[in-house]
Design a protein around this ligand. Structure first.
Ligand code: ZN
Length: 473
């Protein structure tokens, strides 16, 4: 890893002073700590300097300097990642894109929007709303996450079951390479069959191949109003039965989420919320589907709901009667991640399975934790309709943080072995970053990893861009 030597650090700072405005960079301790970390709590930040370019030209100039001086650079968006992809722990230069947050006017005819990388996801949503359009990438961290970070990590979220990952909603990209050269990829074209689609190389590459500075986003019409349901289910098996029931219907699913009683307990405690059910259940399923309209659609929905409540493993159910109730049901699901962190120390995991393997995987997962860690609290939730489970292991109070870290590394190995056995992925939407890189080979073949290295060397021969993330060279 090309950590700057004291000489290059000094040389770098004097070049920054000489070539940029006075507020271009900061070495204030509070900013070093803040911009050097993401939502991953495990790795202490230790960057050299935080830079705040305002234009693509400045990003290019900065990367040229860093290439010349062999300084490592960590591109930085909203830093809401959970895999350590935006952590600067080795005296890197943090390249914050937060000042580059301009949004162009929405083009309603082509349904596109040009956005700078630092634009916040929620600001993009609000900007499109006025035109009756949406950028359908949505998740709990929308108030902080940014367009560049979403694209660099190919972010997922709660609407993937309907709209797919971020990758599907990006038409064009502007990327600055390690050399400082600026690439414009695909413009605003929906169809472009002229060879290798380089844009896709950068989407999900976690900042190791180039710095995304702008994107042309693809927009969709605002979806029709939705109905939100919460069901109490006895077992994972019954959760999957409910899913099958949904898949066999004609309704358009916006989200199919699930969580366990243990998650609900912590959300209730942390956010002061109430469960809509009088009795506890092992599992809960949240369904958000497009309202079918009056007449035949409404009758069909009623019949569907009745049949669903008749399933043997479904113990109870409720349907939101208004938007306030719908929001409250959603809070029970969206508040989980934050509540686990506020009420304890979770070790987070984010795996995905082919839908056909979900049942077998979940069965073995339950058996594994029961046999090996019967006293541990496991908080399971996620976008089960996409085969995406967030498996959170809570630190027992009797265990020190250090011991917990050692133990969870062993848990991960067993867990990922199970994921591999069922042809799943060790990271569904959080990425690899620093936290999962030792396990990359559980989901990628040696040949794939060899190709990753070749691509990295071709695009970033000095290994200055986010070095040490995803894999080591
Ligand atoms: Zn998620």
């Amino acid at each position: 890893m090309p950590n700057p030597t004291p000489v290059s650090a000094a040389a770098l700072l004097s070049r920054l002073k000489a070539e940029f405005g006075p507020d271009f960079f900061s070495q204030e301790t509070s900013e070093l700590l803040e911009y050097g970390k993401d939502w991953t709590k495990e790795i202490p930040p230790n960057p050299l300097v935080i830079t705040f370019p305002r234009t693509t030209g400045e990003v290019s100039q900065l990367l040229q300097i860093c290439s010349e001086l062999k300084c490592a650079v960590v591109p930085s968006g909203g830093r809401t990642g959970l895999a350590g992809g935006a952590v600067a722990a080795h005296q890197e230069v943090v390249l914050s894109l937060e000042r580059m947050n301009h949004l162009s006017a929405v083009d309603p005819l082509s349904r596109t929007l040009r956005a700078q990388a630092g634009a916040v996801t929620e600001a993009v949503h609000l900007h499109c709303q006025a035109q009756g359009l949406i950028w359908p990438v949505d998740f709990a961290s929308k108030g902080s996450s940014t367009i560049g970070g979403n694209i660099a990590t190919n972010a997922g979220g709660v609407n993937v079951i309907r709209y797919g990952l971020t990758r599907h909603w990006v038409l064009g990209l502007q990327v600055v390479l390690a050399s400082g050269k600026i690439l414009e990829l695909n413009g605003a074209l929906e169809k472009n069959n002229t060879g290798i689609d380089l844009r896709q190389l950068f989407i999900g590459s976690e900042g190791i191949l180039g710095v995304i500075t702008e994107a042309t986003l693809k927009l969709a019409p605002v979806s029709r109003p939705s109905e939100v349901f919460l069901f109490a289910a006895e077992s994972l098996e019954s959760v999957l039965q409910v899913f099958e029931h949904c898949r066999r219907s004609h309704f358009t699913l916006n989200a199919f989420e699930f969580f366990t009683q243990r998650c609900l307990e912590r959300v209730k405690k942390n956010l002061n919320l109430r469960s809509p059910f009088t009795e506890e259940s092992n599992f809960y399923v949240l369904i958000d589907l497009e309202k079918p309209g009056d007449g035949a659609g409404a009758t069909e929905l009623e019949a569907w709901l009745e049949a669903l409540l008749g399933l043997s493993g479904v113990k109870d159910g409720t349907m939101a009667q208004n938007s306030h109730e719908a929001r409250n049901l959603w809070m029970l699901r969206e508040g989980i991640s934050e509540s686990l962190s506020s009420t304890g120390t979770p070790h987070k995991n984010d795996v995905s399975l082919p839908i056909s393997q979900l049942s077998g995987f979940c069965f073995e997962l339950e058996a594994f934790f029961q046999a090996q860690y019967p006293d541990w609290e496991i908080c399971l939730f996620g976008h089960i309709g996409d085969g995406n489970l967030h498996i959170n292991v809570m630190k027992p109070e009797t265990l020190s943080r250090e011991d917990f870290k050692v133990r969870t590394a062993l848990v991960d190995r067993d867990l990922f072995t199970l994921v591999r056995k069922h042809q799943g992925s060790i990271s569904a939407e959080h990425g690899i970053g620093l936290l999962k890189k030792n396990f990359l080979s559980f989901s990628r073949s040696p040949l794939e990893i060899e190709l990753f290295r070749s691509l990295k060397k071709a695009l970033d021969p000095g290994n200055i861009l986010n070095p040490g993330k995803i894999f080591d060279l």
